[in-house]
Design a binder for this molecule. Structure first.
Ligand code: SF4
Length: 449
């Protein structure tokens, strides 16, 4: 038997980031509230609760001064205001893609445009976008749009900005756009669909086509998981939807065939691995194909088609500073962020004092995922590259540099010059043989490379 796991199975970048930020809070502060369930997966929710997460259904359920994670779907401005009134420490895990829609809604509303949201009116993401818009209309299909057009004959001349719920179906969105362009005279369109959903569905379809049996891992209440099961059924006659490895016992898997495995965006990697391992333990002579269960997430990200590359130096504008990361607009469709751990090596570095929203920032690309449009950046790597360039230049020109002694050791001292550790042997310090090198620590010195 062969088991083939879809490359796109499991967490998307937005969900992975929200979980990572929440785990960091639990690790450093012991407990944190999430406003609503962070992800639609019972096993993962239980795991998060076991490490310190409390799920609050409403703001009223959150005690004054608590730490609160806002989930990837995002929320309206009123929710931020209400949390601030409660002196909450907000950890904003809104997916950068969704955040971008919030900014569009805010800016275009200020420019007197009605915000048209193509999506489901009951979806939390859409409710959040409404919360950043002035006048807004939500339409799930052309019928809803027509109703709005008919409600006032002047509507077709209105200034409109159209955005889409990130998980909208691309085909339906395009049909919708064609129609609105014909009907309205002043339309501005923002393609805000996230490609993660589309890629996952396309891969599931092609995997189901070449598999004798499909296993869909995820919560039966998660709409994107149910959609994956539906797509699989269209292409394959033997489809099972399971929530955990324990449920393998209630289904009878073929033992000689080719089994395809996919999972919804809220299924964690550990759960997928658990299911695949149990399957291969139960069914002997199994070959697991070289896909996600054998590769790290980073490796899969590296494999995706890229427009920017790891190692590129980029310049962007800081759009948001939160307690876990900095979001940066690089002027491309991708959303970019710098995790707190990648900002500076200096333990005394003060983010609030040194970095401001609207400020230009140079960074180094450490990870790119074109499929999901996310870029992870590092400022500290950039600082160190810049420091190295400066050192090479000084060497070429025989220039004198200045730095602070950060360490002494048996052989000499270490001086930090533009963030680069420069070793100065004892014989080059200019000090007598019996000098105590520790006296030099924290002193500013001049040196030549
Ligand atoms: Fe995931 Fe895309 Fe939604 Fe972000 S917008 S949470 S990457 S599906």
């Amino acid at each position: 038997m062969t088991i083939e796991v879809a490359k796109t199975a499991g967490f998307c970048m937005g969900v992975e980031r929200a979980v990572r930020l929440t785990e960091e809070q639990c690790r450093t502060h012991g407990k944190v509230y999430t406003l609503g369930q962070l992800i639609h997966n019972t096993a993962e929710s239980e795991r998060l609760c076991s490490i310190g997460v409390t799920i609050a259904d409403t703001i009223e359920d959150i005690p004054e001064g608590s730490r609160v994670v806002i989930r990837a779907h995002g929320v309206g401005r009123d929710v931020y205001d209400a949390l601030k009134k409660k002196n909450a420490e907000i950890i904003d895990a809104t997916c950068p893609f969704v955040k971008k829609i919030h900014r569009i809604a805010e800016t275009e509303s200020a420019d007197r445009r009605t915000i048209f949201i193509f999506g489901s009116p009951v979806h939390p993401e859409v409710r959040g976008i409404v919360g950043w818009s002035g006048e807004s209309i939500v339409a799930e299909n052309i019928d809803d749009f027509e109703k709005w057009l008919r409600s006032d004959e002047n509507n077709r001349y209105k200034r409109i900005a159209i955005v889409a719920q990130t998980t909208s179906n691309v085909d339906k969105w395009e049909i919708f756009l064609k129609y609105t362009r014909k009907q309205c005279t002043n339309v501005k369109i923002f393609d805000t669909i996230c490609s993660a959903t589309d890629e996952r569905q396309a891969e599931t379809r092609s995997l189901a086509k070449r598999s004798d049996c499909m296993l869909v891992i995820g919560d039966s209440h998660s709409s994107n998981t149910v959609k994956l099961a539906d797509i699989s059924r269209q292409e394959c006659g033997n489809v099972f939807l399971i929530g955990s490895a324990d449920e393998l016992g209630r289904i009878s898997l073929p033992t000689k065939d080719r089994i395809g495995v996919t999972a919804g965006a809220s299924a964690p990697g550990w759960l997928i691995k658990e299911v695949v391992n149990k399957m291969s333990d139960e069914i002997k002579n199994t070959e697991i194909m070289e896909t996600s269960e054998n590769q790290s997430f980073e490796e899969l990200l590296e494999q995706s088609v890229r427009t920017l590359y790891t190692g590129d130096r980029v310049t962007g504008i800081i759009t948001q500073i939160t307690s876990g990361e900095i979001q940066v607009d690089l002027g491309v469709k991708h959303a970019a962020y710098i995790p707190e751990s990648e900002i500076s090596d200096d333990p005394l570095y003060n983010i609030e004092e040194n970095l401001k929203v609207g400020q230009e920032i140079e960074a180094f690309v450490v990870r790119v995922n074109d499929a999901e449009g996310m870029i992870m950046l590092s400022k500290k790597k950039m600082d160190s590259i810049r420091g190295w360039d400066r050192i090479e230049e000084a060497k070429a020109n025989d220039e004198i540099l200045e730095g602070v002694v950060v360490e002494d050791n048996k052989g000499g001292i270490v001086v930090s010059v533009n963030g680069i550790r420069v070793f100065v042997p004892f014989s080059q310090t200019g000090l007598p043989r019996d000098a105590d090198l520790s006296d030099m620590v924290k002193k500013t010195v001049k040196l030549r490379i």
